[in-house]
Design a protein around this ligand. Structure first.
Ligand code: ZN
Length: 91
């Protein structure tokens, strides 16, 4: 197994969706390749951080505020566009 093979199997490795045979190859590669070892460490830390934040829910209040702001902007945009068309027609 080389680094490219390893990286292709990285997701499977973390999902635990990997054959025992392949897992042995992965571990062998990790033992001999510092670069991939670092990749695994970093990925594992990222996953831990992500899992540590669960269950994380976007606050309702914030999401409705955001939605309101976006809707506001869209409405203004539509009004501006329509206004320009109208004034152009009047000319
Ligand atoms: Zn490697």
């Amino acid at each position: 197994m080389n680094c490219t093979d390893f990286l292709a199997k990285l997701t499977d490795y973390f999902d635990g969706q990997i054959d025992a045979e392949l897992l042995t190859e992965v571990k062998e590669h990790l033992g001999s390749c510092h670069h991939c070892e670092v990749v695994v460490d970093t990925t594992r830390q990222t996953i831990d951080v992500y899992r540590g934040h669960q269950p994380y829910e976007f606050p309702d209040e914030l999401s409705s505020k955001l939605r309101g702001a976006i809707m506001d902007r869209c409405r203004k945009h539509v009004e501006t566009t329509v206004g320009e068309k109208t004034s152009a027609g009047v000319k």
